[in-house]
Design a protein around this ligand. Sequence first.
Ligand code: MG
Length: 257
Amino acid sequence: MKITNCAVKAAGCAIALTICTSMNAQKEYPKPTPMTPEMSEYWTPQPRVVTPGDMATQSAPSDAVILFNGKDLSAWESVNGSDAKWNVENGAFVVTRGTGDIQTKEKFESFQLHMEWSAPEEIKGESQGRGNSGVFLQGMYEIQILDCYDNETYVNGQTGSVYKQTPPLVNAMRKPGEWNTYDIIYTAPVFKEDGTYLYPPRVTVIQNGIVLQNNTTILGTTEYIGFPKVIPHGAGPIKLQDHGDAVKFRNIWLRKL
Ligand code: MG
């Protein structure tokens, strides 16, 4: 009896489904308007026009903040607030040993930074003792500058490392005395109320056209001894390190992002 009842019920369902399907086939629903190419295009706001620098003279883009024009250190100061004491010579400036780090007077958030640097032609020392300087982003996070041409050191302290955190992807050094370019794209961190990172800082570093850091997360301060510290901060300067070696710099400009 049970089997018979089920069979009757199944037959009933099949009939109901057939009726239902045929009703649905007759009902008309609204259809989306067919897409045209224009529907996914928008025209405003137009990107701001920036005139590129001249390739031959390596001049800056039209909207760049010029941080060194080859003539003077008027955009810079010593970290103790006095005048920057590094020497300007032949369109470049050079670390003057023992005078301390220097930093830009202006403070920045996120940016694109271009700079050129050269390790001393005369090779002295080894590992971290050869052509050492560094560029600190927002005064906090060091991207290493070091003569790593035929000079091994700990890899997370190599040229283009986020110092003591992340090694560079490759070694793209030119010979001592030759000019290297750094193009650094930096995204400033955002902090929570408790002082930890909501969004940590991130950095892309390109040396001589070669990617060393690809949107790398910066973990905190770049300590010589100890692990990174997370310290809340706002806008900060570009700081250059006096590590006692006569590293030269030229053609430094920055675009705010
Ligand atoms: Mg250094």
